[in-house]
Design a binder for this molecule. Structure first.
Ligand code: HEC
Ligand code: HEC
Ligand code: HEC
Ligand code: HEC
Length: 105
């Protein structure tokens, strides 16, 4: 899975440096277009193809830093990361689902 990510890093050069105000999906589309996540550029009905793409580059929830492992087996990446709505650097809020005032850090 890291092979694909490394190819992206070496292939992209400075492309990420200018993407601070980009929507997360647009920043990803700079890698391989809409096909970075979608088969044939269009969303799948069940989201399975997109979820597999996330995992292929980033790994699974269990392998990531907090708050990710606590949600392994319960959530998909896109339950928290609205990739077409949130901007790069904008982190998901806990209170969308937890009402006890917890935060990411
Ligand atoms: C980072 C991965 C990623 C990239 C790159 C990406 N998408 Fe998506 N897209 C998703 C995911 C995940 C969903 C389903 C959940 C959502 O809407 O956020 C989605 C949903 C959509 C939808 C349905 C939206 C809706 O409101 O029903 C369309 C249309 C779409 N994408 C088009 C595109 C196009 C066109 C591109 C290229 C310009 C693109 N996407 C690039 C991940 C991505
Ligand atoms: C429970 C909600 C949640 C889920 C599910 C989730 N994330 Fe996150 N993610 C976050 C939060 C919150 C942060 C910011 C953490 C912090 O403050 O350091 C984050 C950070 C990240 C970052 C680093 C962003 C940065 O600026 O450092 C990446 C990459 C990421 N997530 C990818 C994923 C992927 C891929 C998945 C699915 C395998 C996923 N996330 C699932 C909430 C979630
Ligand atoms: C082709 C490889 C690839 C795919 C597929 C991919 N990502 Fe990424 N993603 C990256 C790279 C590279 C970065 C920038 C470096 C980093 O933050 O890890 C990134 C960054 C992110 C970030 C951090 C954005 C920020 O605020 O800094 C999130 C969140 C994220 N990806 C979620 C997802 C989700 C959700 C999916 C699936 C819908 C996905 N990624 C699919 C390679 C990928
Ligand atoms: C999309 C909904 C969603 C979001 C957003 C979300 N969580 Fe969760 N989280 C869940 C679900 C569902 C569970 C499993 C059921 C439970 O224990 O409440 C869970 C469980 C947890 C657990 C393990 C059980 C517990 O309650 O201690 C931790 C820790 C946790 N989440 C932390 C966070 C943090 C920190 C954030 C914000 C960065 C966050 N979550 C955002 C849905 C979410």
């Amino acid at each position: 899975m890291f092979k694909k990510l490394l190819c992206v890093f070496f292939g992209m050069g400075l492309a990420f440096s200018a993407s601070a105000a980009d929507v997360i999906a647009d920043m990803h589309a700079e890698m391989s277009g809409c096909e970075t996540c979608h088969a044939d550029g269009a969303p799948s009905e069940d989201g399975a193809h997109e979820a597999a793409q996330c995992a292929d580059c980033h790994g699974g929830l269990a392998d990531m830093e907090a708050p990710h492992p606590a949600h392994d087996g319960m959530l998909e990446c896109t339950d928290c990361h609205m990739v077409h709505e949130q901007e790069v650097g904008q982190h998901p809020a806990c209170d969308a689902c937890h009402d006890d005032g917890r935060t990411a850090n």
